[in-house]
Ligand binder design. Structure first.
Ligand SMILES: O=C(O)CCC(=O)C(=O)O
Length: 249
């Protein structure tokens, strides 16, 4: 799944898009569970953006044995993270992002390491894999990135709405020097991105939802001191069965 071109893209731009990491059928199963799972629905958090629109997500750090656990332990995702980071990883957290039609809010420009730094990770050796469950494009507020911004190092972050945003002057200068790229994805496509990559997304004024699952991993060598961090550092037990077993009949 991960080819040399993906590794080159990740090294130079801080992200790599992997088309069809999951099939449209698998994306459909995940979408169905995102809509029906009580675990997802009952734990939704709303994080208002700078304009008060609601950006919703359900996040977990623990091992779960539902279809989303199968994704975060899928060899396609875990081996992708290992190959791009160049070392072994453990599960940091996963989340389902629910950007609802017309009301779904923005995510401010930020680096994930901007705040994961405060969770005790000494190095920026974390990676995320976002998998689109329905079509993501500019009209429904897809992820956008500043290509190459992972080379900037960690930027200071402060509050924007209820979110942590990167220092605005730094972002403005980075926007002048680097190119903004929109991660337009079909269901099942994925984008892996480095924890120092500046990324954001715009609100969703369209009449289509934008739903995705994001699995995040920390390098095994970067485990924070005991008592800090998100997921418990433990080897990942790969799920080799796949997610089609979760299809409803
Ligand atoms: O899904 C999005 O629009 C933004 C996600 C994001 O910024 C994050 O998970 O760090």
């Amino acid at each position: 799944m991960i080819e040399q071109q993906h590794r080159n893209d990740f090294a130079s731009d801080g992200y790599a898009i992997v088309r069809s990491l999951f099939s449209p059928n698998e994306a459909g199963i995940l979408l169905d569970h995102a809509a029906r799972s009580s675990r997802i629905r009952e734990r939704v958090m709303s994080m208002p953006d700078g304009d008060g629109r609601q950006s919703k997500l359900t996040l977990w750090t623990e091992r779960v044995d539902d279809v989303f656990g199968a994704v975060s332990r899928s060899p396609r995702v875990v081996d992708g993270a290992r190959r791009l980071l160049g070392e072994d990883v453990y599960h940091w957290h996963s989340k389902v992002m629910l950007k609802e039609p017309r009301t779904g809010g923005a995510w401010e420009w930020h680096q994930d390491y901007g705040y994961w730094y405060n969770d005790g990770c000494l190095y920026p050796r974390l990676i995320s894999c976002l998998i689109a469950l329905d079509r993501a494009d500019r009209a429904n507020g897809c992820l956008k990135v500043l290509a190459g911004s992972h080379h900037l190092g960690r930027i200071d972050h402060g509050g924007v709405g209820s979110q942590a945003g990167a220092n605005r002057e730094r972002v403005a200068e980075a926007e002048r020097q680097l190119s903004v790229r929109y991660a337009e994805l079909d269901p099942g496509d994925a984008i892996f991105f480095h924890c120092n990559l500046l990324h954001a997304s715009e609100p969703n004024p369209s009449d289509r939802p934008r739903t995705s699952v994001i699995c995040c991993y920390n390098a095994w060598s970067n485990r924070p001191a005991a008592g800090q961090g998100h997921g418990k550092p433990e080897p990942i037990e790969l799920d080799t069965v796949g997610i089609e077993r979760f299809a409803t009949v």
